[in-house]
Design a protein around this ligand. Structure first.
Ligand code: HEM
Ligand code: HEM
Length: 225
């Protein structure tokens, strides 16, 4: 049955590509910082999308469906309930929240960054130097935390792939898990309308944040996108 709708699947693989690009453009290449910022804005928009999608998207993808209660989490961790889940398992659910929070921190802190040569983030001169320094360090350590999450995530996916859920990776490509469930599905029209509403709100948020917020905060024009 369908577990992951097309928007969630595209979101997931775009996220993976985006993070790889951010690593290469932030750590390895020196001349890609403007593209780094643009992809960073995109990732910020994608996080906003995922939060909205987790509220009005299909039932399998909603936070209310998969965020576990402490008891449920404990039952899962102690191995008392390990049935494959049609949506995220309780630990996977925590990882999803972790990813969203870290990537929010990462992309928002980016707005305060500068490489001192080609690029100055739109909010760079808003706060005092000390606070901006702390935020800049946050951009660095949040990425290390993100890498740790990615490693654990891939290890967990592979573990399930080779034990109880051989279809798990394929499901993120095709959308289908061979597990019957009673979650409500949306009609095709509902799915597209809701997804595009989330995309629209996320896009407006980025445009306003980059183009208007600095002016509202009285930040002098600098070299920002
Ligand atoms: C930078 C790399 C990656 C990041 C940041 C990432 C992030 C995520 C996130 C946030 C979710 C939750 C999806 C949602 O609820 O919207 C997820 C699910 C998933 N990811 Fe990744 N992912 C990455 C790489 C990979 C790779 C390389 C694979 C395959 C080997 C993979 C396989 C999966 C699968 C199978 C799920 C669904 C798990 C389940 O059924 O509960 N991911 N990933
Ligand atoms: C999820 C989104 C993002 C990720 C994963 C990410 C990741 C990274 C990484 C790994 C570095 C290298 C850190 C280091 O060398 O210490 C970096 C540096 C940087 N990032 Fe980001 N970043 C993101 C978003 C942004 C955004 C939105 C902006 C600006 C609007 C930005 C601006 C910068 C700048 C200016 C640097 C410093 C480059 C230098 O000093 O050469 N980042 N980022």
């Amino acid at each position: 049955m369908q577990t992951w709708d097309p928007y969630t699947r595209i979101w997931h693989w775009l996220l993976m590509l985006g993070i790889i690009f951010q690593y290469i453009s932030g750590e390895i290449l020196d001349d890609q910082i403007q593209n780094h910022a643009i992809v960073g804005y995109g990732l910020l928009g994608m996080m906003t999308f995922r939060v909205l999608w987790g509220v009005i998207g299909p039932e399998t993808i909603r936070f209310a469906t998969f965020i576990p209660t402490p008891t449920h989490l404990l039952t899962y961790i102690t191995g008392k309930q390990s049935t494959p889940y049609a949506t995220h398992n309780p630990l996977g659910a925590l990882a999803v929240l972790g990813f969203i929070v870290i990537i929010f921190i990462q992309s928002l802190s980016g707005l305060f960054m500068t490489d001192d040569i080609f690029f100055t983030g739109p909010l760079h001169s808003w706060l005092t130097g000390d606070i901006t320094d702390i935020i800049t360090r946050m951009h660095d350590w949040a990425f290390n935390l993100l890498l740790l999450f990615v490693v654990i995530h891939i290890a967990a996916v592979l573990y399930h792939r080779f034990t109880t859920e051989p279809y798990i990776i394929k499901a993120m490509l095709t959308g289908h898990k061979p597990i019957a469930h009673n979650y409500q599905t949306l009609t095709t029209l509902q799915l597209h309308l809701r997804a595009w509403l989330c995309i629209l709100i996320s896009t407006i948020k980025i445009v306003v944040l980059i183009n208007y917020v600095p002016e509202w905060l009285g930040i002098e024009d600098e070299l920002w996108y």
